[in-house]
Design a protein around this ligand. Sequence first.
Ligand code: HEM
Length: 171
Amino acid sequence: MKTKLLRETFERARTENGGLTSLGMRFYGRLFEKYPAVRPLFTTPPEQQHKKLMASIGSIVAAVENPEALVPFLHAMGIRHLKYKTEDAHYGAVAENLIAVLSEHLSKEGEWTEEMKDTWQEALKTVSSIMIEAATNPQLYKEELLQTGYGADGFRQNDPEPWKIREAVTG
Ligand code: HEM
């Protein structure tokens, strides 16, 4: 995977066209417009939810070359999504939506290329399959979750922000 390109594009997303707030708000605006069936799953308002999503993507991008930290983080996140009533089929919609809004966002001040699209598609496919695998077989990940500080439900005690990778693991 072109990890350097992934980092560079996310770094641009932070600074261009109103930054991650505008990207994140557009993500939920477009998601609910294009996939109205998922709207009822969300109870947290987009103004707060988008910060969590963007922080999780920031953590993923930062740890992309550090699978020992990233993979358990994604397993925990996939298992937390069981509580949110997420279905496997929704992952394609979320990835399509993220790539569409990222493309709009980065095209405003600079370039969005096929290479960037392919890189993000590959990254989101990998992330989704790791999350889905854990959500499908949560019992297989109990031990790993415990060892990496998560509960069996994917949450961490005393951690109000489980969508961020902790410690110096992100380098
Ligand atoms: C790339 C895959 C995804 C990532 C990185 C992601 C990230 C997040 C994060 C960071 C949260 C905050 C809570 C937590 O961390 O436990 C969250 C909550 C949530 N996600 Fe996802 N998610 C993904 C896929 C999906 C999909 C496919 C759906 C299905 C529609 C979905 C629906 C939800 C819902 C309903 C919540 C709870 C919102 C609330 O509090 O009201 N997510 N997600």
